[in-house]
Design a protein around this ligand. Structure first.
Ligand code: HEC
Ligand code: HEC
Length: 279
């Protein structure tokens, strides 16, 4: 407290409101946990609490298409609304929900990415719930897609593997490409290393599953190192310049470059002694 609050009564008023709100929320939380018996469905640890939370989120946000127990669901007309998620594993849930593909908004040839709807904890809970139904690919540990120590030879090997396994759909530069029936393989320029790993592990839509038997974990990491390098090349130049687009970034390069050339030319002109002209 002090001068700042004295000078700004309005601000303090706002802060009091926030404090009151937080207090109210804490009270509601405490009351809830007192009323609802701990471990409603035989839950007995943080793990099963997370699964319970996931089950609850799933019932609200996913069950309308995927069925109340993730067994798959149909629309009124009997057509599939969402596939069964039994056995798809935590990695598929993490990939689909963190890229915003799920929850799907409307049906279409392909469900697009969008900003994620759920927080990281909620995604982890949803993933834990689906993983609890049947075994499936787990979320890969962070070190399996950490490419900060990748060597040049890893990147070269990753490039070879990428050209053999991925370019047919994603284009040699990872920029993506069209597929039959209005579908497409997306550009890989904005994908996180974790989701690269998870896409290979779970094979969303038309993409084949690259199990660890097909592409060893170190092969996957090499591919991720290569694509990460492509991503960095995609945004060259030290200064992002607010990412205003290639044209004006190019223009800046051009202006600065020309400016430097002029300076150098003037400097050379000043240095070089004039050769007296003959005749
Ligand atoms: C409006 C309907 C709808 C809703 C709501 C929805 N989904 Fe889906 N989901 C689909 C459809 C349709 C597919 C198949 C998509 C495809 O093949 O591209 C799918 C696919 C998936 C897959 C991929 C399965 C696989 O085989 O790899 C996962 C995982 C998934 N959904 C999880 C969720 C979760 C978790 C939620 C809730 C947060 C959710 N979905 C909400 C319709 C829905
Ligand atoms: C047969 C075509 C095909 C091949 C081969 C293929 N993919 Fe894909 N890939 C797709 C499609 C289609 C999607 C989009 C799926 C969706 O939207 O549900 C996709 C999605 C992805 C994504 C998610 C991108 C995002 O923005 O969320 C990544 C990452 C990815 N692929 C990486 C790879 C890598 C790495 C390889 C090679 C090991 C590969 N793919 C091979 C078709 C393919």
């Amino acid at each position: 407290m002090g001068e700042a609050t004295d000078r700004r009564p309005l601000r303090r008023h706002g802060a009091m409101k926030v404090v009151a709100l937080v207090a109210a929320l804490v009270l509601v939380g405490l009351t809830y946990s007192a009323v609802v018996p701990n471990g409603a469905a035989g839950a007995d640890g943080p793990q099963s609490q997370q699964i319970e939370e996931g089950r609850r989120l799933f019932a609200v946000g996913c069950a309308s298409c995927h069925g109340l127990h993730a067994e798959g669901g149909t629309n009124g007309d009997g057509r599939q609304a969402g596939p069964s998620l039994i056995g798809v594993g935590a990695a598929a849930v993490d990939f689909q929900v963190s890229t915003g593909r799920m929850p799907a908004a409307q049906p279409g040839a392909q469900i697009p990415q969008k900003p994620p709807v759920y927080t990281e904890e909620e995604i982890a809970a949803l993933a834990a719930y689906v993983a609890s139904l049947a075994p499936g690919p787990a979320i890969p540990p962070a070190e399996s897609y950490d490419v900060s120590k990748a060597t040049q030879s890893d990147i070269v090997r990753g490039g070879e593997l990428f050209r053999t396994n991925c370019t047919a759909c994603h284009n040699f530069a990872g920029r993506g490409g069209a597929l039959p029936n209005g579908r497409y393989a997306p550009s890989l320029m904005h994908t996180s290393p974790r989701n690269m790993y998870q896409a290979m592990l779970t094979g969303p839509q038309q993409m084949p599953v690259f199990s660890d038997a097909v592409l060893l974990p170190e092969d996957k990491r090499a591919i991720i190192a290569y694509v990460t390098q492509l991503q960095q090349q995609d945004n060259p130049g030290g200064f992002p310049l607010g990412r205003v687009g290639p044209v004006s970034e190019g223009l800046w390069g051009w202006l600065v470059g020309i400016g430097l050339l002029v300076v150098v030319a003037v400097w050379i002109g000043a240095k070089v002694p004039r050769i007296p002209r003959k005749g």
